[in-house]
Design a protein around this ligand. Sequence first.
Ligand code: FHN
Length: 415
Amino acid sequence: MKDTKQRWFKDSKFGLFIHWGLYSLLAGEYQGRKTEHIAEWIMNHLDIPVKEYEKLAAEFNPVHFDAEYIVKKAKSWGMKYIVFTSKHHDGFAMYHSKCSPYNIVDATPFKRDVLKELQLACEKHDMRLGLYYSQAQDWHDPDGFMALKDNSKKNFQAYLDRKCIPQLKEILTGYGKISLIWFDTPMGTTAEQSRNLVSLVKSIQPDCLVSGRIGNDLGDYMTTSDNFIPLRPYRGDWEVPATLNDTWGFNKDDHNWKDPNEVIRLLVKINSRGGNYLLNIGPDALGRVPQDSIRILDQVGTYVNENAGAIFGTTVLAEPYPYDLNWAEFTHKPRTLFIHVFIGQKRVIYLPNIGNKVEKATLLKTGEALSFESQKDCEGNSVIEVALPSSLRQQANYCVALGLAEEGPVFETIR
Ligand code: FHN
């Protein structure tokens, strides 16, 4: 079990991942060939030579990038931290790096340090900033790893010394307080190398967290597989990195957007099992956030804001509800059980095996008291039945709070 020992991470529940880089310019297609994979991997999957890929920098001019817009949006969606790709696997620094000219200020006509802009916007709006840094894969450096290719001749330590470590020092010293370094795909990183990177981070910013993807089990918290949610509650600190469609970097052909209702449900499911949901946006070549992402997240944000009390500050239940429901998820605070209802057309909420005395029931977003009955069913199980007002019958996505008499177990086991 991993434990960051940091309250902010445990309490965050919801964060914004931003994948943005030169690959956003290609948007999933290079010289008439389309990638079938995640768009930020296009250089690797389509075998674009380094010298050719480098030329993209001269075209990268994202004049619509607006850090403050993004930060304010994230805030309005109820997100508590942002993780931005300071350097992805393609090796291109999205900040003004002094140790590699292959960066957004020196190599593009845009010449703006977008990380600095993001830092200032985060500070202004009281948003935590984390930085993704691809420590092992670097497809631009001859000694950086490249998945799916032969790495046997590479001197990985030389790459670490020449680029990775100096760049980490830059992002940890030049951009204010960094709450998290989001390492990724450790591949052949040795335990000693992972340890050294962790020590480096902590020596510069002792409170900065390190993601589970540093490798060798040295992260401060557990990072799940992309878009995968643990089946059971996990008591340590953890996070699910997730997409809104099927790519991280912008792909003009990927319209497989998740339904906002599904995203709400995933958020609550992750939170109820004790994790944070780090949900991605992939701005395009001009720095615009796809309208579909905004549309989905605006709806999710409405749910989060209306039901913030059932999301933030919640703790994992000692025992999950003993039945598998397709219409609800539960979160919990001492003496309160929150029932998040995801389908409409319900007349009552009927739940067997609530093993704690229910003292009151309220509709969370309005505070309206709801009438309820506690009884025993024919099998002797405790049952709670909450009457829903007719105004709710056409609605999905609302939360009912049950006030409980005791701090003890919430549910009865099935007999
Ligand atoms: O290869 C990366 C991928 O491009 C993306 O950054 C995700 C985010 O979790 N991490 C890696 C794959 O797991």
